[in-house]
Ligand binder design. Structure first.
Ligand code: IYR
Length: 222
């Protein structure tokens, strides 16, 4: 085993404790305003903003730094239309046949239906793919590690970056969503992870009246 190449940690920044407290509180206040939105405006969003948010997502930690994600960014109306039709077909199956009553009951507060107009209205759909392995020279497979965890973290950073930039998102998971491989011509080593709808909220957007668990409910200090 050769020794790993380590370099100095140059980019770390320490803040005085008061500033750290202020930053933590301000970030929480900012994140508390994030909502999943289902009513989007068709107002265009500059591609450069999406690109920077994707760059931020790409900074995520990943198993052995394999970065096992791919972001397929769709703004072409014809492709969005195709995705909407395929997603709605799956959703109709889900709502009328596949979903057990318990699941339908859990979704009741959200008023969701198989109709997904936002898949065409929002200026961007970002289909996030998880790569289970890398293909080198078309035959050699390089294994990826902790793929789901890694892609989940990158997706969380992407959602945070988009919110921070002032955009609304919806995490949409039509199930199954193999149709994304077909429509977006993604290779077989990539599996669809989720579909992120991105844009400005509609001016009359409404959201479900739900809240988040308190700190006591989500954390235990030992
Ligand atoms: N994929 C369906 C159903 C759905 C499931 C969950 I869990 C949600 O939090 C929301 C919706 C749909 O998009 O309608």
């Amino acid at each position: 085993m050769s020794a790993p190449q380590l370099i100095p940690l140059r980019d770390y920044r320490e803040y005085p404790v008061e500033e750290m407290a202020r930053r933590a509180a301000e970030f929480y206040a900012e994140m508390r305003r994030r909502r999943s939105v289902r009513h989007f405006s068709d107002r265009p969003v500059p591609r450069s903003i999406i690109e920077d948010c994707l760059r931020a997502a790409g900074t995520a930690p990943s198993g052995a730094n394999m970065q096992p994600w791919h972001f397929a960014v769709v703004s072409d109306p014809a492709v969005k239309h195709e995705i909407r039709l395929a997603a709605e077909a799956e959703e109709r199956e889900f709502y009328t046949r596949r979903a057990p009553q318990e699941w339908l009951d859990a979704l009741q507060p959200f008023g969701t239906t198989p109709e997904k107009p936002y898949l065409e209205i929002a200026p961007y759909l970002i289909a996030i793919f998880a790569r289970s392995y890398e293909l080198v020279a078309q035959t050699q497979k390089i294994k990826h590690y902790y793929v789901t965890e890694s892609v989940g973290i990158a997706t969380g950073i992407l959602i945070t970056a988009l919110h921070h930039a002032g955009l609304a998102t919806l995490t949409h998971t039509p199930s199954p969503m193999h149709f994304l491989n077909r429509i977006l011509q993604r290779p077989t080593n990539e599996r669809p992870f989720l579909l992120l709808v991105v844009g400005y909220p509609a001016s009359d957007a409404r959201v479900p009246d739900i809240g988040k668990k308190s700190l006591d409910e989500i954390a235990t200090f030992y």
